[in-house]
Design a protein around this ligand. Sequence first.
Ligand code: DSN
Length: 454
Amino acid sequence: MSNLKTFFNDSVKKTDSEVSAIIRHEIERMSNGLELIPSENVVSLAVLNALGSVFTNKYSEGYPKKRYYGGNENVDEVEMLAIERAKKLFGVPHANVQCYSGSPANMAVYLATCKPGDVVMGQNLPDGGHLTHGWKVNFSGLFYKSVPYHVKADGYLDLEEIRKLAIENKPKLIWCGATAYTREFPFEEIGKIADEVGAYFAADIAHISGLVIGGAHKSPVPYAHIVTTTTHKTLRGPRGAMVMVTQRGLDKDPELADKLDKAVFPGLQGGPHDHQTAAIAVTLGEAMKPEFKEYAKQIVKNAKALAEELMQRDIKLVTNGTDNHMLLIDLTPYGKGKGVFVQEALDLAHITLNKNTIPADPSSPFYPSGVRLGTPAITTRGLMEKEMEHVAEWLARIIKEVASKYSLPEDKTKIKEYLDDFRSEIRNNVIIAQVKKEVMEFCKKFPLYTTLDY
Ligand code: DSN
């Protein structure tokens, strides 16, 4: 951690002691805890350095060699490098690396393929889907006619329903991808359905792109027309995103790459974040190293080991396991709406995850009945299968302690007061205090920056 403190704070400290202190506290929080939010990771010092580089000073609307401003020769070089690396890694003929983040990348897909009011299909948000795949309060559900598809009672995608809805509704665009789905995505099957109804098929692999590159999850590239991904999840890069067109996409629509580029700029964005592009280039360079494949496979091994250890402790998992980096704990054996208690108690014990809906959740999205967790960040820190026993034990101890003891009041006006009481009570809980002590001691063996110090 000392290298990290030096890396950051020398200049910030000189000019702004307040921000410097906050950054130091965040380094300490990360170092002294286990990060189990499956969409988070720990980037290398090289990625951090590129992100903090002088490229943040530059404006460069346009694309390499076709810019509206001068002085872009170095920006061109770094953007072309990122594009070439993305194309090679994912095996696609076209990549755009300028998207500010995942939602704008997905927006570009709509802009390039649909008109407002067109029918689109994606996995329903409470069933694990993403906001931008057609959720009612998101632009994608407001400007397009969204026909969501669902998971079955067993937690797996309902392919029969997807096909039936597609035939009935003739969507222009079908998404496959999710924020809370623990099984392999059926890219091939959904690709066939999209072909049957003439829809564009976009695979949003934000969560699993690192696994795809590492050979730990099937690639959507042979089946989809468009692939989007954020760069900060299993790919282990800066916040950002990419949108890629496959050969299949170009065969369907030879203009697709051009349409997507135009959708990103000038359709949706202004100047790209060149410091982010530089950091994405570094990330993709790291992902080309053989050790990244090992890393991706280890993420999945750790997730499977954690799933087994949890189930041995009678913790229920949606689909009874995982194929990827993620687990969804179903807390309904303890009652409904228990996610908030588990998330907050674990937070106190320095284990971070997030409350999440489970399929057919009997409660609400704000007070859901599950928690979502995953292994990308702890794998980066060097934890292996044998360590999952400890992680599972801490999770199980706290789940059993709070999920059976606390229940949300039926009267919604009483929830705030109940949660306030819960929060003050758990501060004195001996089991949570003991787990926190053990977690902090354990974290010393896995410093934040030892495995990625290049
Ligand atoms: N917020 C992201 C996640 O946690 O999965 C998705 O956008």
